[in-house]
Design a protein around this ligand. Structure first.
Ligand SMILES: [Fe+2]
Length: 474
């Protein structure tokens, strides 16, 4: 011991260096062997990876009603939880708010997946004050989430911004997580997050949803989501495959998202709209019942008191991946967008970035509106947030494009101007434009991109599936 102490107290002797080197080498060998074992282990199934527990998880804010006076929250537990509830109080600087909290009982539905039997609970907090910060928690009276904050909308037009994300879909935990976190870091005051479909790759696979909720974490508990369903949220059940019938939306959708039921009958919580501080945000379901939604669009756009109209859905009007074209959607819906002067359309599906100028069905590109100020037109954006990337199909209407790039978008609305910024997963500005409303004239489009070269790195040859809309139902 005396010898060892003297070795430790003094500069290391040669002997000690040798002993230490041997020890470190042994540790490295053991670690490498453990790493190899780790890699050889099978991927855990949903029950092992994301088991429901008595404590709430997958807590997510959505809108089920007027965002100035209501706030919906949904979460998951195991099936032992029978007394689910939410509590809400006006936010305060200190912990005193808790004594003012009121409890609201939850509506509960079962969610049966490969992870086992779970329950999804939803509370809609009602009677809230506009433009006010609240704190809330969810649980069963014993097992609670943390208190998280949200802010109600103002009751009239006021500036705000929101996030828009294209397909997350693949390697969600490993590769999409950094994008949603970068988006939050860039715009922590975003009032909601628009997801333009294909949130996951396999809509009925609980492990996909486990990754999606884990990647977004508490961001979902603080910023409401407005998801629109993609084709990957539609999967055939065994019975549908046996009957050779069309796929239906995953049971996860309505169980875990409490969305407005103001859409056409049969499309509740997939086609819906929310009015937010002077903007009407509409989700269309581009997977089915297109004609029914065209009728509904006439109805809700014909009596729209908002200054701005933004529509999101999955399958783009202007496809930007090779071998793709959603002609049926374009022919049915674009003339309606033109008629009611829809300002902006936010889409996914093509796993590329492609943003148009001001487009109409009849006149094509009318971006040089100074020459033709009455023509109008809508800006169409396709974007992708996840790692799956397709080869771009170059088209004349595209003003800015990217391949091999994960992006998020921040949309800011203030009075007569709307600005969209597309940023890469590293937060770098990639594309930007402003739409300006002008009295008696069509929108003016002002290009404000960074002027950097477009990103077109080589994309591994994975062909997107053609006939992407073959499963559409009318
Ligand atoms: Fe996709």
């Amino acid at each position: 011991m005396k010898v060892l102490n003297s070795m430790l107290d003094s500069d290391e002797s040669n002997l000690f260096r040798v002993v230490r080197a041997v020890c470190l080498a042994s540790v490295a060998l053991v670690a490498r062997a453990a790493g190899a074992q780790e890699r050889d282990r099978p991927v855990p199934d949903a029950a092992e990876a994301y088991p429901p527990k008595v404590f709430p998880d997958r807590v997510i804010l959505t809108y089920a009603g007027d965002p100035a006076h209501t706030q919906a929250v949904t979460w998951r537990t195991d099936r032992t939880v029978a007394n689910a509830q939410g509590q809400v109080a006006r936010a305060d600087h200190g912990p005193q708010f808790e004594s003012q909290a009121r409890s609201v009982p939850a509506a509960t539905v079962p969610l049966i997946t490969k992870a086992g039997r779970a329950r999804c609970h939803t509370v809609v907090f009602e009677g809230l004050e506009p433009r006010t910060r609240y704190l809330y928690r969810v649980g069963d009276g014993t097992h609670w989430s943390e208190w998280a904050t949200f802010q109600t909308a103002a009751s009239g037009p006021e500036p705000f911004r929101f996030l828009y994300l294209g397909d997350a879909q693949n390697s969600i935990k490993s590769h999409w997580s950094r994008v949603i976190r970068a988006a939050f870091a860039c715009a922590p005051d975003a009032r909601f997050i628009v997801h333009a479909g294909d949130l996951v790759n396999h809509g009925t696979d609980d492990i996909n949803w486990g990754e999606w909720f884990q990647a977004a974490g508490w961001i979902n508990a603080m910023i409401p989501s407005l998801p629109s369903p993609g084709n990957h949220e539609y999967e055939k059940s065994r019975e549908e495959t046996a009957r050779d019938s069309s796929p239906s939306i995953t049971g996860h959708w309505r169980a875990q998202f409490a969305l407005p039921q103001n859409g056409p009958k049969g499309l509740e919580e997939t086609a819906y709209f929310v009015d937010y501080q002077g903007a009407r945000i509409i989700s269309l379901n581009s997977n089915e019942s297109l004609e029914k939604q065209a009728d509904w669009l006439h109805e809700i756009l014909g009596r729209n008191p908002n200054r701005w109209t933004i529509i999101t859905f999955h399958h783009p009007i202007y496809s930007s991946a090779k071998s793709r074209d959603n002609a049926q959607i374009r022919q049915l819906w674009q003339p309606i967008f033109d008629k009611y002067h829809v300002d902006l359309v936010l889409q996914g599906h093509d796993h590329t970035y492609a943003r148009t100028g001001l487009q109409t069905a009849s006149t094509g590109d009318s971006s040089s509106s100074a020459a033709n100020p009455g023509t109008g037109g809508t800006v169409y954006v396709n974007s992708v947030a996840g790692p799956k990337q397709y080869v771009l199909d170059r088209k004349p209407e595209q003003k800015r494009t990217a391949e091999g790039t994960q992006l998020f978008q921040v949309v800011s609305i203030e009075g007569d101007t709307l600005r969209l910024e597309a940023r890469t997963a590293l937060g770098e500005l990639y594309d930007a434009f402003t739409l300006k409303k002008r009295p008696g004239l069509a929108n003016e489009l002002i290009e404000q991109g960074p002027g950097t070269p477009e990103r077109h790195p080589p994309i591994p040859a994975e062909k997107p599936k053609a006939k992407a809309t073959a499963t559409l139902r009318n």
